[in-house]
Design a protein. Structure first.
Ligand code: SAM
Length: 282
């Protein structure tokens, strides 16, 4: 289990903007907000929970293209990134102080047709994926669906771009490996085998869609910018703990600059996006 640590992505307006940008770029590369195998079976009065919802952007975008009879409820441990309630569609609610690692209140158990989870990897680790999955599945009605979207940044590295001026992306790789090493060794981070984990949790009709972030070449620089922000933002936050083996804030700044030069030359960061789905038994 990861030991208790500062949430190493900040919760502030810059992070809010990063989440909005990330949403746009990820959705374009994945090609849908909701996996087609789930979209086609949702009832007309679907109740949908978005767990670890951040700003709530997945729900507000879903609401634009779904029947107004759907109800979306977002849950997060913190309200710091919530969009203001006056900008929310009437069928979207945001609820804070909801910890996906703790049992849900009785009145929510068995009430949802769909649970969506996206990008909570930084709160996960060995064994935590499985226990969190079992906990969130209690929210589902029999036959209800789960969609869980994560990026596997353990396979991320820099690549030489197509332009003749591109570097090999050495500093993009270096920053990513530095962060990955720390997350694995110090905090016990891992990336699960989704098909096994979903099947072992008793889910049926499990599917996993794996997409490469360079699927759409025109999005390579967007993914690189997003990844670079997360990698060097994370390394900067970790540097504040002043632990041996971490880069100092000054080193983070210097390596960040070199990684930016890699990016400007045309090199890019690439990793895998996983969309995993399954259905609770009837
Ligand atoms: C990287 S953000 C992703 C937000 C959103 N799912 C999206 O894709 O835009 C991760 C979110 O998980 C929330 N979170 C972290 N630990 C949590 C926990 N134990 N229970 C509920 N939410 C948590 C954070 O507050 C943050 O809003």
């Amino acid at each position: 289990m990861p030991e208790e640590e500062p949430y190493w992505l900040s919760r502030n307006p810059t992070e809010q903007q990063r989440l909005a940008r990330q949403h746009e770029v990820w959705t374009k590369s994945i090609g849908y907000l909701l996996h087609p195998s789930i979209a086609r079976i949702l009832p007309g009065n679907a109740r949908i929970a978005d767990v670890g919802c951040g700003t709530g952007i997945w729900m507000t975008e879903m609401a634009k293209s779904s029947p107004s009879t759907y109800q979306f409820d977002g849950y997060d441990i913190s309200s710091a990134q919530f969009q203001s309630t006056d900008t929310l569609p009437p069928n979207v609610s945001l609820n804070s102080e909801s910890d996906f690692k703790k049992s849900y209140p009785e009145n929510l158990v068995g009430t949802y047709d769909l649970v969506n989870i996206r990008l909570i990897i930084i709160s996960m680790g060995e064994g935590v994926w499985e226990s969190t999955l079992r906990n969130v599945l209690t929210l589902l009605k029999p036959g209800g669906a789960i969609q869980w979207i994560e990026g596997d940044f353990f396979v991320a590295r820099g690549f030489r771009g197509s332009s003749s001026t591109s570097s090999g992306g050495h500093f993009l790789t270096l920053g990513q490996l530095k962060l990955n090493g720390t997350l694995k060794e110090r905090f016990g981070y891992n990336f699960p085998n989704w098909m096994n984990m979903f099947t072992e949790a008793g889910l049926q009709n499990v599917e996993e869609d794996v997409l490469s972030t360079d699927r759409l070449p025109e999005q390579r620089s967007d993914f690189t910018e997003i990844g670079l922000g997360a990698v060097f933002g994370g390394l900067k936050n970790l540097s504040s703990t002043k632990t041996e083996g971490y880069w100092t804030e000054q080193e983070v700044g210097e390596y960040r600059q070199k990684a930016i030069e890699d990016m400007k030359s045309g090199a890019y960061l690439r990793w895998d996006l996983h969309v995993s789905i399954g259905f609770k038994a009837l």
